[in-house]
Every structure is written in C-alpha cells, then in structure tokens.
Design a protein around this ligand. Structure first.
Ligand code: GDP
Ligand code: MG
Ligand code: ZN
Length: 360
C-alpha cells in the first residue's frame, strides 16, 4: 500500500516508535477527533475510523482507559472491509492535559495528550482574568507540556502593555505572545513554536479567537468561527477537540471553551504556579507554618508589605483547598496524611495559645 500521509509531520518520533516491537502487527495512528467512543485516526493511509471494542485496551493497559485526541494508538488493520478498525492499545503519553470533570464526581477528564506547547489563550478586550490564568497554568504545568500565554484581539485593545506587565507578575517564567487576526500581528511568532513534528494545543474561554488563529495559520477555514457578537458571550462553536496539521509545520489541537477548570491531585504544579509564594513560605520560622498567626511568618509579612498580592494569595488558598479535598476524596493515604497534619497543627496551635495565655 502506498503512503499518502507523512506521519512525521503528525509528530511521529523515536519516543513513539521505540514503544513498538518489530513483531507487533497492526497500524500506528494518531487520534485527531473523538465523538461517542468513535475516533478519527490519522495513519499513513489517511484518516481511518477506529473503535474501542470489547476489552482490548483494558487487557493491554490493565485499566479502563479510552483514547484522547493526540494519542498514538495501534489499530488492528488499515482497511475498513469489516467495519471500523479496532484500537488495540494506546501508546505511552509524553504529556497529558487533564482537569477534574465538572460536578461532584472526582473523575479525570483528559483534554488532549502528547502536546509540546499549550497556548493559554485570553483576549485582550473582555476575557482578561489573572485568577483564571493561574488555574490554567496549574493544569498546564501538571500536563508536562510547556505553557505559552497567547493574548488575542490586540486590535481591540488600547492597554495591552499594562496587561502584559500584570501577566508577567503572575507568570514570570512564561512566554507571552500578542496577536491579532485582523492585522496579522504576532501570528508569525506562533510559527516559531510550531516547527515540524511539534504539537500545540489551544485552550481558553469560548470566543477568544482560538479557531480564528488556526484558520489564519492554515490559510483556509478549517475551524468554525463564531458569528461576531459584541458582548463576547458567544455560543460554543467548537464543540469537539480537533487536531489539524499546518503544512510545512506541525499540528494544532483546538479545544472548546472551558467554563470550569477544577483541580485534581496537582499540589506540586500549584507550587510551581505560585513559586513566589512557595519561596517566601520557606522563610517562615516553622517549617509547617500555616501562615495564620504563628510568630515569624514570612508569608503574613509579605502580605502586609504588599510583596504578595492579596487576590493572588486568596486564589492560591482556594486552589490548595480544592486539591486537598480532591486528594482526601480519592486517596485514603492522602486522607490520613491530611488528618494527621491537621491534628498535629491543632495540637501545636493549642500549645501556643496556652503559652500566650500564661504570659498575659
Ligand atoms: N477584532 C478581532 N476579532 C477577532 C480576532 N480573533 C477572533 N475574532 C472574532 O472573535 C470571535 C470568536 O472567534 P473564534 O475564533 O470563534 O473564537 P474561539 O471560540 O476561541 O474559537 C469571532 O467573531 C472572530 O471573528 C481578532 O484578532 N480581532
Ligand atoms: Mg473555536
Ligand atoms: Zn508562615
């Protein structure tokens, strides 16, 4: 059979190839869209339709797992003579962007996998929100992909410089790009990241202009774009995650807008997002300082002097609480640890209060 698609452009590399033994029969492909447990998969023979049938994936991975957009998979065959191809297994992922599903359940929702850069998209006119950015950053650090902040609709903004300064304070180590599809400004800078074999995922609220940029890069209308509305409360036009290739470059995954970004077991990533706070907390007199009213608390001092912004601090606490709650709900060990720590702290606190009372 002749090859019609160059899979290297779709990101095929040694990390993936090394996971396949020479004896393994089957066809390698990359999931480009999903819907109702039916997947469109790019292969060297073009797009194939794949399904997870029976227990195939369960048997190979030892757990209930479904493919996501961005996944490399092995199909049982290329032809479609006998219906859809069967997805035999999912190859190991080098990155995985997830959040907690909305609502009361504690399940993971995978947004996309095998991504190199995640462009956190915010529009410079209506969508600007630093607290939401801190949430996005945390799930992105957790994914193992590299975050880039993409500011869109520069043509509609008069205070872009001021906003960039605010972002730099919240995310000092992250690249920031400013773009407009109306003037074309900044789009070339995206291409610098999107070299051959690289995958970028666009995330962000609905209506910020993610699909518009993909169409601009593609040079044609491959993604549906919202009809213009001035209130920015457009409906979701992008309802699915979808991966496209940009000729001469890499691939982009478009995602629908996310209303809620809820935390999972992401404590380490939270500390990375709030590295400044983490560093200051190391200067507290007690290593298990809760930054309440312990003596020698560097965090309280920094809050008073303005070194730590109060809104940023409150967002950190809120997200931390969410993570602790998730851990307690999903992991018995974390549960025990949490309560042990809690107990230790309340004992120490009681002791401290007692000593204070004695002095008075
Ligand atoms: N003025 C201006 N409008 C834009 C720009 N990018 C996108 N839009 C408009 O914003 C709306 C939402 O764009 P869309 O790409 O669908 O956003 P998405 O939901 O993030 O994919 C559409 O009406 C676009 O025409 C831009 O750079 N400048
Ligand atoms: Mg869209
Ligand atoms: Zn402290």
């Amino acid at each position: 059979m002749n090859k019609i698609v160059n899979m290297e452009q779709w990101g095929l590399n040694d990390f993936i190839k090394n996971q396949i033994s020479p004896e393994e029969v089957g066809v390698i492909g990359r999931v480009i869209t999903e819907g109702n447990k039916i997947y469109k998969i790019m292969t060297e023979q073009g797009v194939k339709i794949g399904e997870v049938k029976g227990k195939s994936i369960y048997e190979s991975s030892g757990r209930e797992e479904f493919p996501s957009v961005g996944d490399w998979v092995i199909l049982d065959r290329i032809g479609s003579e006998n219906g859809n191809a069967r997805i035999e297994r999912i190859l190991q992922r080098k990155s995985k962007l997830s959040r907690k599903v909305a609502g009361k359940r504690f399940d993971e929702q995978i947004i996309a996998t095998n991504i190199d850069y995640i462009f956190i998209s915010m529009s410079l006119n209506n969508d600007f929100n630093l607290r939401r950015l801190e949430r996005y950053l945390t799930i992105v650090w957790d994914s193992m992909a590299i975050p880039v902040i993409l500011l869109t609709k520069a043509d509609l903004s008069t205070d872009a410089d001021k906003k960039i300064l605010e972002i730099e304070r919240v995310a000092p180590a992250v690249d920031i790009l400013t773009t407009s599809v109306v003037t074309g400004d900044g789009i070339a800078a995206i291409r610098k990241y999107l070299t051959r074999g690289i995958t970028i995922a666009f995330i962000g609220s609905s209506g910020v202009g993610k699909s518009s940029i993909i169409n601009y890069l593609k040079g044609e209308s491959v993604m549906e774009v919202q009809a213009l509305r001035n209130d920015d409360k457009g409906r979701h036009t992008t309802t699915q995650r979808q991966m496209v290739a940009i000729s001469g470059a890499g691939t982009i995954i478009d995602t629908p807008g996310m209303r809620e970004i809820q935390m999972m077991d992401m404590g380490e990533s939270l500390d990375r997002t709030f590295k400044d706070i983490d560093e200051i907390a190391k200067r507290c007199k007690f290593s298990d300082c809760q930054h309440q009213n312990e003596p020698g608390c560097a965090v309280r001092e920094a809050l008073e002097s303005g070194e730590i912004d109060k809104d940023r601090w409150n967002n950190f606490l809120k997200m931390k609480k969410e993570i602790d709650y998730y851990n307690r709900k999903t992991d018995k060990k974390a549960d025990n640890e949490y309560w042990l720590k809690f107990k230790k702290i309340s004992i120490a606190q009681r002791q401290l209060n007692k000593e204070r009372r004695k002095k008075q």
